[in-house]
Design a protein around this ligand. Structure first.
Ligand code: XMP
Length: 529
């Protein structure tokens, strides 16, 4: 399979590069910037792209690359820091420009360029730099400049080396996709033939080669990432996979049944449903502090999980649904590379004395929407086969409903919250579906991204029929967001809110009032705890 390796120098937009290449139907993977040339050669790429990065090439701890990559006889394309490190490594000079450039800039073509072929002589690109190349290495020509950046792009066509100070991977670079296409198809001569279907085939092959005849264990949460790993491994190794579903009793209404249904009826794996509801209820009794709840729930998960691993016996591999943004969030930025991060990330798993597994993380190069596409892609004539309710499941916190019940968690409160939450989801699923029908976009501007009910630890007076009530309120939370880092409260139509309110009060015993949370994040958070 033709493959492009992106060397990651810790770029703000770095993870996007591999994504853009895959969008052009060429397979692409990220490797840490300091990967040895021999390791890169062993991956048999057709080309290399050097990402941008926040450092100055002359800073003491500036990320380095193995100069040997320039002897691999592969086409190489560098962006921003990638251009600077290419220049410095090959004998050019990088210096500070008088004025930094951040945001849109206009480049002017100064000589013919295979990379810029078919794009206008003057065009808008996205810049984000202070340093830039002051003198190009021998054999290179400058192909474009801006008013403050003499080397906006350079190339040495003879050696198939190309670089830009700007970021073609960012949508604000108007002809960025054209430039990437020029590189992939014009310069490297690649074929736009890769698809999610090929990906399933190659991931299945990789898993089989790695696992051989051994046993793999996977913690299923019911979310899309672990479910796609489950589906993929089931295709690759069938009954050699044990899926452990730890039911902490804090999932939403009907969810445990739905997970069991999918993984026992649709997939031929060894499925273990751990009924840990009572153990969790005991551990959480009387606990009101949110962080303590999180800690108890997390620690108990691994207790339950390792107990199954031990009973199963002979388990060599632990599979995980880690996706690329998890790696970024767990600190790739700070450590300057993916490999070192994976270690720290997994040190978080409290392996008991003497227990160790090899890891399998088939999704660690991919973004959420790619994982979703994988979950429904067709390969070898059959889809991986996950139902919509799993593939499109909204984010749900690991500690589950425990952090949506303010104060201590009791069976009575759980029952109220599950029932109220089911109504919120039912009504807003229907609202989202109507918007989807109207706009054709699953996450249109007006649809909500995450929605749920919260149960506060208070009661209020109401009147039902002729009787005074003193019961609990339910808070409805619905937010619009793309990444959960920031969020706005969803401007839901009054009739939708009204229906949710009247249904909850009528259908959920113990609730006499419904309120809507209209706080953005920041200053609020999405969850209440
Ligand atoms: P906050 O409340 O921090 O939530 O604005 C942002 C996103 O993260 C989810 N969330 C969690 N997910 N464990 C998780 O797996 C947690 O402890 C946790 N806390 C919040 C939340 O649902 C939202 O999508």
């Amino acid at each position: 399979m033709q493959k492009v390796i992106v060397l990651d120098f810790g770029a703000q937009y770095g993870q996007l590069i591999a994504r853009r290449v895959r969008d052009l139907r060429v397979y692409s993977e990220i490797m840490p910037c300091d990967a040895p040339a021999s390791e890169i050669a062993a991956a048999e790429p057709s080309a290399i792209i050097l990402s941008g990065g926040p450092a100055s090439v002359y800073a003491e701890d500036a990320p380095e690359l193995d100069p040997g990559i320039f002897d691999l006889d592969l086409p190489i394309l560098g962006f921003c820091y990638g251009q600077q490190i290419m220049a410095k490594t090959l004998g050019g000079v990088v210096g500070h420009t008088e004025v930094g450039e951040y945001g849109p800039a206009t480049i002017s073509r100064v000589s013919p360029s295979r990379l810029l072929d078919g794009t206008p002589d003057e065009q808008t690109v996205w810049m984000s730099h202070r340093d830039s190349v002051a003198k190009v290495p021998d054999g290179f020509t400058i192909t474009a400049s801006t008013s403050v950046c003499p080397v906006a792009s350079m190339e040495c066509a003879e050696r198939n080396l190309y670089a830009t100070q700007f970021h073609p991977e960012v949508r604000h670079t108007t002809y960025g996709t054209q430039m990437l296409s020029n590189f992939l198809f014009g310069i490297c001569g690649l074929e736009p033939s890769w698809s999610m279907d090929n990906l399933i085939d190659s991931l299945v092959d990789e898993v089989r080669a790695k696992v051989g005849g051994d046993r793999v264990i996977l913690g299923l949460s019911g979310g899309v990432d672990s479910s796609v790993v489950g589906a993929l491994l089931s295709r690759a190794i069938g009954k050699q996979l044990t899926c452990v579903f730890v039911n902490h009793g804090l999932l939403r209404k009907n969810e445990p049944e739905e997970v069991e249904e999918v993984f026992t009826k649709q997939f031929d794996v060894d499925f273990v449903h751990v009924h840990a509801e009572e153990r969790y209820a005991k551990l959480l009794a009387g606990i009101t502090d949110p962080e303590q709840k999180r800690k108890i729930i997390g620690t108990q998960f691994w207790e339950e999980f390792f107990a199954v691993a031990q009973q199963t016996g002979g388990v060599k591999f632990l599979a995980q649904g880690t996706i690329y943004p998890d790696i970024i969030e767990s600190g790739a930025r700070k450590t300057g590379g993916k490999a070192s991060t994976i270690k720290s990330h997994h040190n978080l798993i409290p392996f008991p004395e003497g227990v160790s597994f090899d890891l399998i993380e088939p999704l660690d190069h991919f973004f959420k929407d790619e994982v979703r596409a994988l979950g429904t892609a067709r390969a070898l004539g059959t889809a991986l086969g996950l139902p919509d309710h799993i593939v499109w499941r909204q984010p749900f916190p690991g500690p589950g409903l425990a952090i949506r019940i303010i104060g201590d968690v009791t069976p009575e409160k759980l029952e109220i919250l599950k029932n109220a939450d089911a109504i919120v989801r039912e009504e807003l699923d229907a609202y989202n579906a109507r918007l989807f029908e109207e706009t054709g976009e699953r996450n249109s501007e007006h649809s909500c991204w995450q929605y749920f009910a919260v149960l506060p630890d208070i009661k209020s007076v109401g009147v039902m029929g002729d009787e005074r009530t003193y019961q609990r309120p339910v808070i409805v939370r619905a937010v619009e967001s793309t990444d959960a880092m920031t969020a706005d409260w969803a401007k839901l139509p009054y009739d939708v809110l009204g229906k949710i309110s009247s249904r909850i009060v009528a259908e959920v015993p113990g609730v006499n009032r419904v309120v809507y949370d209209c706080t953005p994040k920041p200053p609020g958070t999405v969850e209440w705890e």
